[in-house]
Design a protein around this ligand. Structure first.
Ligand code: FDA
Length: 305
């Protein structure tokens, strides 16, 4: 219930104005978003690399409604990739891109072309691009654009969401050689017709999808903070004989950092999803919706002023 309310608020521009301008927001945001500029992204990349962690960098933005905004987001990625390369931080890094930020909602071809430009720059810098997955109305379009991008950039990755009923089938399609798939639970509010509603059903689907990816020929990226799923992931790696460089765990910046370090210390590849930029509202609200304790953290920041 609380989750649905917060996720509904994540799409309200009225609530966004109140939250974004509130003086307490900065402290709360800082826990999940290391900064707003390319330099902030580089600093976070350096700090995480020093701890043996890889990154995927996300320039925050979504649901772009005008072409100029889409160009601005594309250019931010191009600037980031040039800077990563110049700072010798590109090797092993990845960028995560939301197609709705590149114009997918009003012009799919435009979003494809912008994503392609970012793939070109990523390839020149020696990094990869992964397409984030948004609400279920965009899944087909995102997977179509993935197929087109993979023609020239076969290492382009995609996210699949275990809460969607279709995802087992999508995992089967994508568990092929060279394919990079990030498996997550899913962060949007989705109707029962397309998505499992209970945590148990989502977890069971996650395990079924993980089995398909870990036994397949692609490169699975297990994106979860859930201790049980992490244990099952490590178990499947042993069962399917996957070495640490043949799959990875992924977690969000600021969420269970001790676990990032523990897994990296055990020799696993761990990649941290690092969002940066000024458009943090939708991202923050999804993090609050995931965990009631985060709402309490937010409320404490509010009442301590
Ligand atoms: P779950 O929510 O059950 O959490 C398990 C435990 O992890 C909690 O008990 C708590 O300890 C900790 N935890 C989880 N979330 C927390 C938070 N916000 N704050 C503090 N502690 C928290 N979704 C999507 O729809 N499209 C996408 O493209 C992506 N991309 C993506 C990339 C990466 C690298 C990650 C890790 C996640 C995503 N997600 C996503 C988000 C994902 O769908 C999901 O909402 C979150 O990862 C939370 O689910 P968990 O699997 O962590 O389990």
């Amino acid at each position: 219930m609380l989750r649905s309310v917060i996720l509904a608020a994540s799409r309200s521009s009225r609530v966004e104005r109140v939250v974004a301008t509130a003086p307490f927001s900065r402290d709360v945001v800082r826990r999940f978003v290391p900064g707003t500029t390319t330099d902030d992204a580089l600093r976070a990349t350096r700090e995480l690399a020093a701890g043996g962690l890889a990154v995927t960098l996300d320039y925050l933005g979504e649901d772009t409604v005008i072409p100029e905004q889409a160009v601005e987001i594309r250019d931010a990625y191009l600037e980031l990739l040039t800077a990563l390369s110049a700072a010798n931080l590109a090797a092993g890094a990845d960028v995560s891109v939301k197609l709705s930020a590149l114009g997918q909602k009003f012009d799919e071809q435009l979003a494809y072309e912008h994503a392609r430009s970012i793939c070109v720059a990523a390839s020149e810098a020696g990094t990869t691009l992964t397409l984030d997955m948004e609400d279920h109305t965009t899944t087909d379009s995102t997977l179509d654009i993935l197929t087109k991008l993979r023609t020239d950039f076969p290492n382009t990755g995609a996210v699949l969401q275990a809460y969607l009923r279709r995802t087992e089938a999508d995992c089967r399609e994508l568990a092929t050689a060279g394919s990079r798939v990030r498996l997550c639970k899913g962060a949007y509010s989705e109707p029962e017709s397309v998505a499992y509603q209970s945590a148990l059903e989502v977890d069971k689907s996650y395990v079924r999808c993980m089995n398909i990816l870990m036994s397949g020929e692609g490169y699975p990226m297990l994106a979860t903070h859930d201790p049980r799923l992490i244990t099952i992931g490590a178990d499947r790696a042993r069962w399917f004989d996957r070495a640490p460089e043949e799959f990875e765990f992924q977690m969000l910046y600021g969420v269970r950092p001790d676990e990032h370090a523990r897994l990296a210390g055990e020799g696993y590849t761990v990649r941290v999803y690092v969002p940066y930029g000024g458009q943090w509202y939708g991202y923050l609200m999804r993090r609050l919706a995931e965990r009631p304790a985060n709402v309490a953290f937010f409320a404490r920041a509010l009442t301590s002023r």
